[in-house]
Design a binder for this molecule. Structure first.
Ligand SMILES: [Zn+2]
Length: 165
């Protein structure tokens, strides 16, 4: 899921360019076609190899286009509660990106298509919302908890973590 987030965040970054876009699109497609299988069947080397390729492409993209609020916040959760980075990123992804839609709905409408959603006849906003739905589905499919309570997050820590993020 970290690989996935590291391809989504540079795709909607203000520092993106056509080269990083291409890397993100390919990484997202590879994750879509292989993450579920790699999780369900860890012995499937082909699926895991595609995940490694996706990881490398996303890494190349975010080293040039940067990451975003998902990582800024996930680093706080991971540090504060000693929680796995990919889980922290995945839990935050649909929430942060739903917020980000207002800045670039057309990018999210494209993301929905890249993730295999049918956006025919939909408004840009409705297509963008489909990208969030697809993100949630991917999280659910690989058993990502829906709440940060699952890693022990406490409201009294939020202010400090928000400031640090
Ligand atoms: Zn990461």
């Amino acid at each position: 899921m970290d690989t996935f987030v590291q391809a989504i965040e540079p795709y909607v970054s203000t520092n993106r360019n056509e080269i990083t876009d291409g890397q993100c699109v390919e990484a997202i497609k590879l994750v879509e076609e292989s993450l579920r299988e790699a999780v369900a069947n860890g012995h499937n080397i082909e699926a895991r190899t595609k995940m490694v390729e996706a990881e490398m492409l996303g890494g190349m993209a975010f080293n040039n286009a940067d990451l975003g609020y998902v990582h800024a916040m996930a680093h706080q959760l991971g540090g504060q509660y000693d929680a796995p980075h990919g889980v922290c990123c995945a839990m935050l992804l649909p929430i942060v990106e739903k917020y980000n839609i207002q800045a670039c709905p057309e990018r999210f409408a494209e993301l929905a298509k890249i993730m295999g959603e049918n956006t025919d006849g939909l408004s840009t906003r409705d297509a963008a919302d489909l990208a969030i739905k697809a993100m949630r589905q991917l999280c659910d499919d690989v058993n990502i908890p829906r709440s940060i309570k699952s890693i022990g997050a406490k409201p009294e820590d939020f202010e400090l973590m928000a400031e640090n993020a």
